[in-house]
Design a protein around this ligand. Sequence first.
Ligand code: C2G
Length: 453
Amino acid sequence: MRKVITYGTFDLFHKGHLSLLTRAKALGDYLIVGVTTDHFDEARGKVNVVDSVMERIESVKKTGLADEIIIEDHEGQKIEDIEKYQIDVFTVGSDWVGTFDYLKPFCEVVYLDRTPDVSSTMLRERRFKIVKMGIVGTGRIAPRFLSESKYVSGINIICAYNPEKESGRAFEEQHEIETFHEDYEGFLDKVDGVYIAAPNETHYEYAKKALLKGKHVLCEKPIAFTKKETMELYELAGEKGVVLYEAIKTAYCPGFQQMMNMAKSGKIGQIHDVEACFSRLAAPMSRERTDAKYGGAFLEFAAYNMLPIFKLLGTDYKEVRIDSIYGEGGIDLYTKVQFVYENAMATAKCGVGVKSEGQLVIAGTEGYILAESPWWLTKKFQIRYEDADKVDTYEPRFQGDGLRYEISGFVSKINGIEHVGYRLTEREAEAMAEVTELFMKQRKAKRECLNLE
Ligand code: C2G
């Protein structure tokens, strides 16, 4: 018996897939089809697959061509499968010519002609309107957003806005993107959604105006400084039927998801402590260290640190305590937030003027998870146990600087693909806003004490 194997995502199953499978089957007597998991696809840079893995398996099954369907979930699996299933022929479409020649020592490799003029990407674009986006604020993150969005299909950055004429113009020239500098409403009229990367204190107003006009909003954290304003924006988004996403990129990184899932799976037993730290020494004259009202360590990093805490321990903490080391002008150079839960505790440490070890430690009754800097992108984490020789290391694949995953999540949500909503829930965003509000009050009181307000 001649055994054939082929692999694919098979998203929005189309005639190209059918033709490939038909010809693959004809190469032998028994056909095994490997369908990729969402996680594996994300890891190899396919970030906006529409159908769930179950739906994609179902599509392959319906063709009646596969004698067996398996899941492909990691790199290097093809060789394992070829040996395990004693495969004679590996086949794939001609878009992959050369890529799989490394399998030749193990079996015959056949590249079948790709069916022209049809692809999942084309179907996605036909099915979902391209989201026309505008960037608000043309500072440090804007160029990164531009380049990362090129990896996500279904989104097109068409313009930008910056009330400061000079910087707006420089951005326009450098990136050849129309940049508005006075007419925010006119700018909004051109787009379906906005990415807000302007200074922290402007987020709420920009977001509110955009939502009122029925535009989708992806907004850098914090979206507002109070719980009331945060909830008002979420409600407004609900009323207008648009998407509001807080841009905490960690939430959308595939490795972070995997780490949270491993922690929840019971591998380290019951979780009793989460310690997260993120610090980056900012230059003395930087906004982070001079803007005493809207700069500082907490506003810069607390959202990242609170994310694993709320994901793993929930948002119903019993007590929260915030302590800061203040620098000149009443800016927090270092802030430590401590949460007490019924049966657990957590710490979030943030620094712009104090440097510490940027790591995440999740402590459980059976062992602990350690993710070193940059844990907020989660390229690597380890599960460790009492027995120091027993260490499980995970190195999830990670592409670019992480923004593409967040952009892809945002576009998927706009397109009504619901399986991305859990990545940062409204309740988690609300809980972050509660702590932010408390911090802002405390810092204001401190500044008043110092006669700075
Ligand atoms: N295909 C085709 N003609 C098209 C589109 C796709 O012949 N117009 C083929 C692809 O070459 C592939 C299969 O259909 O052999 C599945 O395509 P995708 O779902 O796009 O999966 P792909 O990313 O190519 O996965 O491990 C995964 C494999 O490496 C290939």
